[in-house]
Each structure stands twice: as structure tokens, then as C-alpha cells.
Design a protein around this ligand. Structure first.
Ligand code: ADP
Length: 269
């Protein structure tokens, strides 16, 4: 799959989410058809992660955003299943604490960016500060409207300092969300995931889609592009994100550090 071509938001373009079909599976018929490819990607990722870790000079940050039930947790579970946990750090961003609110909105984000050699995954991110903050009116427009540029500057700085940034919006339809929320209510195993607040957010679906369209359009840059991942089919979502990660890490061409001439002369008795 040519992930850049299929999923990437062209920098400087305007996004209309209704133009992006959340159900497409690009030639893969069903879960079984995608299974082997996903397993292969998970294997490749294990090797690529080891190279990133061993090289120890750069890092990768995967940002996951999406409406409730879009599968941010599920993606992490499936795509990172084969990786060495030592090299991956997942951070979920909830409502900011009072202490966090006493700083600029990027303060808590910067503190969790991956150090050299690591893969960092953000389950929600600084983008909440132009999504929920905008839709729920947590800050006036004068404040959140400045943040697109601030985010772009922040991400440029991270990139220039050795972090490759990959951003995925897990795109589901409103109908698919209904089905998934109903499942959470019906299935005792999933009850814990249901939060009554999710229904209030669902009522504001259109406002969130509009906020996402702005965030995806204004903040897809050549160095930190947004990808719109068709996520109505969980198996395709996992495959697409894994493929994107493989392609990105391969393009980074990580190299094992070379042993010095002195080390090569050593003998273990
Ligand atoms: P999730 O829904 O991702 O499984 P939670 O139930 O902990 O996890 O929800 C996290 C909540 O925190 C979401 O409602 C999200 O909108 C909110 N949140 C995240 N970042 C911010 C922010 N910067 N300002 C306000 N609310 C935020």
C-alpha cells in the first residue's frame, strides 16, 4: 500500500471529511486477507524498533486522534503487540490537571515526547487543545485559533531535533460509532468503557468533525503530516497504521553503531 498517497493530507489543503470514506479497505477483502500482512508488519516493526533503539540518535512519535470508539487503544494493542516494551512509551492525555493548566498547553506534551532511540505513542495529544477546547468552549477563540501555528512551530522544533512525527486520525462514521457505543452498553465485558459523557460529545459530532477538518488541514506539514485512516473496519485500521509505521521507520534508515577499532581488538577470555 502506498500509505503516503492513500492517507496523507496534502500540506496546505482544505480537508472535507465527507470526501474520505471511512469504510474503504483498498483491495483487502476481509480480516483474513489482511492477517498475514499485519503479522508480517508486526515482525518488521520489531526489527526496525531494535535498529532505532540501537542507533540511539533519533526517535519516532506516533500521534493518534479520533472520536470516541475510533480505536485508539485497540490500535496500540494490535500494532505494538510484538515490540520490545522497553523501547515504546505510550502516553494517554486526559483532562489537564490544575498544575498543567498553570503552564502553556504544550508543557505537558513536551515532557512526554520520546527520547532518542524510543518510539512514543500519544493516545490523544496537544490536538485536544484545538478540538475539545474549541468545541466545548474551554478557551475563547482568540486563544485556540493561535494554536495551529504554535503546534506547527513546536512540531518543527521536535523534527529538527531528531524526532520523526507521524500523525493518524482514525476516521469512523457516525453510524459506526453508534454500533460501537451500543456494544459497550450491551456487553458486560465492555461496560467499563462506556461513559455517559460520550453521548454528549456524540451530540456535537458535526462540530467535532469541523474542528478535526481544521486541525488536519492547518497542521499537516511536510515534516509532520496527518494521515486519515479509514477506521470503520478495525482490521484495516490496524493494517494501515502498521504499514505506515513500517514505511516511516524504513525511510529513517537506522544504522547499528559501529564498534570502535579498540573494541574490535578486545578478547573475551
Ligand atoms: P479516552 O476517552 O481517550 O479513552 P478518557 O476517558 O480518559 O480516555 O478521556 C480523556 C478525556 O480527556 C477526553 O474527554 C478528552 O477530550 C479530554 N481531554 C484531553 N485533553 C484535553 C485538554 N487539553 N483539555 C480538555 N480536555 C482534554
Amino acid at each position: 500500500m502506498d500509505c503516503a498517497k492513500l492517507f496523507r493530507v496534502k500540506p496546505g489543503s482544505k480537508v472535507k471529511l465527507t470526501d474520505w470514506d471511512p469504510s474503504v479497505t483498498h483491495g483487502f477483502k476481509d480480516k483474513d486477507a489482511a492477517k498475514a500482512e499485519l503479522a508480517e508488519n508486526v515482525d518488521k516493526l520489531e526489527h526496525l524498533q531494535t535498529m532505532l533503539y540501537a542507533e540511539g540518535r533519533r526517535s519516532l512519535l506516533l500521534v493518534l486522534q479520533g472520536m470516541d470508539t475510533s480505536g485508539k487503544d485497540g490500535t496500540v494493542r494490535h500494532v505494538f503487540s510484538g515490540l520490545n516494551p522497553t523501547g515504546v512509551e505510550v502516553t494517554s492525555f486526559g483532562k489537564p490537571t490544575e498544575r498543567e493548566l498553570d503552564h502553556d498547553f504544550l508543557w505537558r506534551i513536551h515532557a512526554r515526547t520520546p527520547r532518542r532511540g524510543m518510539i512514543g505513542v500519544f493516545n490523544r495529544s496537544h490536538y485536544e487543545d484545538v478540538l475539545v477546547v474549541r468545541v466545548a468552549n474551554l478557551q475563547p477563540k482568540a486563544v485556540w485559533s493561535e494554536r495551529y501555528d504554535q503546534i506547527n512551530d513546536f512540531e518543527t522544533m521536535l523534527t529538527e531535533n531528531g524526532t520523526t512525527i507521524l500523525k493518524c486520525f482514525l476516521h469512523i462514521s457516525k453510524d459506526e460509532q453508534r454500533t460501537r457505543l451500543q456494544e459497550r452498553l450491551k456487553d458486560p465485558e465492555k461496560n467499563w468503557k462506556f461513559q455517559p459523557g460520550d453521548l454528549a460529545v456524540r451530540k456535537q459530532w458535526d462540530a467535532y468533525q469541523a474542528a478535526y477538518e481544521d486541525a488536519l488541514g492547518k497542521c499537516s506539514t511536510p515534516h509532520a503530516p496527518w494521515h486519515i485512516i479509514p477506521a470503520n473496519n478495525k482490521w484495516f485500521r490496524n493494517l494501515a497504521v502498521s504499514e505506515l509505521l513500517v514505511q516511516t521507520l524504513e525511510a529513517m534508515k537506522c544504522e547499528l553503531p559501529k564498534a570502535s577499532a579498540e573494541v574490535l581488538k578486545l578478547k573475551v577470555e
